[in-house]
Design a protein around this ligand. Structure first.
Ligand code: SF4
Ligand code: SF4
Length: 120
C-alpha cells in the first residue's frame, strides 16, 4: 500500500474506475469480508507515474475515507502479513515478494496515523 479505505466508505463507486492499476474492489469482492470498498496493497502504486496524487482519494466524496497506510515495501511486509492488518485479519497476498512504488514525501508517521490523503 499505499492507501486504505475506511469504514466510512459509502460504496458510491466514485473511486473504482479512477484507479490506473485496478487496485480497488467493491464490497462484494472485499477480501476482509467488510462491506465496503477495498484497496489491494500489493496492487496500489499510490498513483506514482500516473497522477500527481492518488486519484481514488481525489474522487472520493467522503472526507477522510481514504487515508495513507504503510508502504508496501520490504521493510513493512510484517505489517501486512503479521495479522495486524484490517482489525487483525490477515491479508492474503498474491505475491509476498512484491515491492510497490511509494511516495517518499509521505512520512511513516503520517502513514501510521492514517492521515487523510486529501487535506482540507
Ligand atoms: S492510490 Fe492510485 S493506485 Fe492506489 S488505489 Fe488509489 S487510484 Fe489506485
Ligand atoms: S469513492 Fe470513497 S466512498 Fe465511494 S466507494 Fe470509493 S472509497 Fe468508498
Amino acid at each position: 500500500m499505499a492507501v486504505i479505505i475506511g469504514d466510512t466508505c459509502i460504496n458510491c463507486a466514485a473511486c473504482i474506475d479512477e484507479c490506473p492499476v485496478e487496485a480497488i474492489v467493491d464490497e462484494d469482492d472485499n477480501p476482509t469480508g467488510e462491506e465496503y470498498y477495498y484497496v489491494y496493497p500489493d496492487k496500489c502504486v499510490e498513483c506514482v507515474d500516473h497522477f500527481d496524487s492518488p486519484a481514488c482519494a481525489e474522487a472520493c466524496p467522503t472526507e477522510g475515507c481514504i487515508t495513507w497506510d504503510m508502504p508496501f515495501t520490504a521493510d513493512h511486509k510484517e505489517y501486512f502479513a503479521g495479522g495486524n492488518y484490517i482489525d487483525g485479519e490477515n491479508y492474503v497476498m498474491e505475491d509476498a515478494d512484491l515491492i510497490m512504488p511509494t511516495r517518499d514525501d509521505i512520512s511513516l508517521e503520517d502513514r501510521a496515523a492514517r492521515k487523510n490523503v486529501v487535506e482540507d
